[in-house]
Design a protein around this ligand. Sequence first.
Ligand code: ADP
Ligand code: MG
Length: 319
Amino acid sequence: DELISQIAAGEVVERPASVVRELVDNALDAGAAQVTVRLLAGGVRLISVEDDGAGIEREQLPLALRRHATSKIGSLADLESVGTMGFRGEALAAIASVSELSILSRPAGQSSAFLLHAGSGELRPAARATGTTVEVKELFFSTPARRKFLKTDATELAHCIEAVRRHALARPDVGFAIWHEGKLVEQWRPATREQRLADVLGQELLEQSVAVEYSAGPLRVWGRAGVPDAARSRADQQFAYVNGRFVRDKVLSHAARSAYEDVLHGQRQPVYAIYLEIDPARVDVNVHPTKIEVRFRDSREVHQAVRHALENALAAPRA
Ligand code: ADP
Ligand code: MG
């Protein structure tokens, strides 16, 4: 079972940033208003994610670590309409199998917190305000082959920051902070959509961008498309979300590229944050363990909507 867990972990946990993403997903699913990420050595020595969400009941703590245990969906049918980031019940079990993991949590309405060490199974009372802290230490300590594939701390840190940045663009109402080696390296305070875009992508970029707003039947595409000089923009500033979930998707990126090509003839590097809202029954989010890939029931309809949305925005006279 240990081996099966470690194999499953390989699919979910590639590097510290994968852990950060899963833990922040959980914090957001718990309704957190503030999420604080603390890292040591690019996340390899320590990843701690602290939230002020609903917390976990003492009796539920061991369950949170069990494979395929999720509190978020009750049946396969629920998958059609899953509204939470998590639903597979895999992440914590997978992470625990390749690290030293502990969960400290105090549920709302309870007077004390409990600390569970995944390794020993020890559960004891502890102190904490309402919410949850998950600590992940010494990632891949028992799988040296994996650990060898990690890059420098600086690179792993950059990936961790990118993971939080993706969440930050999805949830402007939530505050995020990232600490590395005791220093605050990023902070995004709760903000309006516009302000969060400016905070994450940069005020300058936002000024050189246009609003995207498009509907085609039940499909809605909105967000912001940047038109900075190609030379000045970074290649990795393409953010696409499906029903609030960050995704990497060929249909979306191809549609966006086509629109930039059509309207700006490749003179500009695509820079965008676009949000697609679609009937959950028309998209499968359970394609990949990391849930970063999705499959659309009708990818042509999605491609057209995104392409039109961006073409209209980019071709409109700039205000
Ligand atoms: P999933 O998110 O797919 O349900 P996870 O392995 O990520 O699976 O988490 C397992 C369970 O642990 C969740 O369903 C949830 O009940 C609980 N949990 C994990 N992290 C938190 C958190 N930060 N706050 C509240 N509950 C949490
Ligand atoms: Mg989860």
